[in-house]
Design a protein around this ligand. Structure first.
Ligand code: PLP
Length: 203
């Protein structure tokens, strides 16, 4: 199990305490915040981009992060490949699944996930290492189970196909109020904010 500290709005002292306590990775939603915090946070844990990524921010994202969990389109993947090539990196990425099929939400629809992976797995400067889903944004987390289950099913399907450039290793799903359910449904990466740092001070 890998615990990603969802570090948005937390100060350097809090994030460094989490690193010292042994979290596996630091997750940020916004490039700007990650850029500001990067020099203030010590340790060698990997940094994960866990928020929606705009194409014009990919260059920065590739410099700042060790994994991008939110690939949801071919255009975004092409840009990550291009910018990673420019700095000589091979970027590990997760495909974000819009498992709740919510409009206005990032992530590829479950039925389009395999098609997307087939179009981008050949890219030589990114490597697909799993899937991520947030589940539905609203509602009681106990109702998230079917959405985690759908994502796990896609994960298993892709794993069986054995495409080059694809290694289905990480299934990233679950937050403070849903991680038990997510783990029961097969998650091996969880994003924890509140349960690690306490209630957020900012609204
Ligand atoms: C804030 C955030 C989390 C953490 O949420 P908590 O409920 O505070 O644990 C997880 N994932 C993402 C993408 C987030 O933005």
């Amino acid at each position: 199990m890998e615990l990603v500290a969802a570090a948005k709005t937390r100060n350097a002292e809090e994030v460094n305490a989490a690193v010292a306590a042994g979290i596996h990775a630091i997750g940020y939603n916004y490039i700007q915040e990650a850029e500001r915090m990067r020099p203030l946070v010590g340790g060698t844990v990997p940094w994960h981009m866990i928020g929606h990524l705009q194409r014009n921010k990919v260059k920065k994202a590739v410099e700042l992060f060790d994994m991008i969990e939110t690939i949801d389109s071919e255009r975004l993947a092409l840009e990550v490949d291009k910018q990673s090539a420019a700095v000589g990196k091979v970027m590990p990425v997760l495909i974000e699944i819009n498992s709740g099929k919510e409009s206005n939400k990032s992530g590829v629809l479950p039925e389009n996930a395999i098609g997307l992976i087939c179009r981008i797995h050949h890219l030589s400067h990114l490597t697909i290492v799993g899937l991520m889903t947030m589940g539905p944004r609203f509602g009681n987390p106990k109702y998230a189970r079917p959405y985690y289950r759908i994502t796990k099913r896609i994960f298993d399907e892709i794993r069986q196909v054995e495409l080059p450039g694809v290694e289905m290793r990480y299934l990233s799903m679950g937050m403070s109020n849903s991680y038990q359910i997510a783990i029961a449904e097969g998650a091996n990466v969880i994003h924890i904010g509140t349960a690690l740092f306490g209630e957020s001070r900012k609204k």
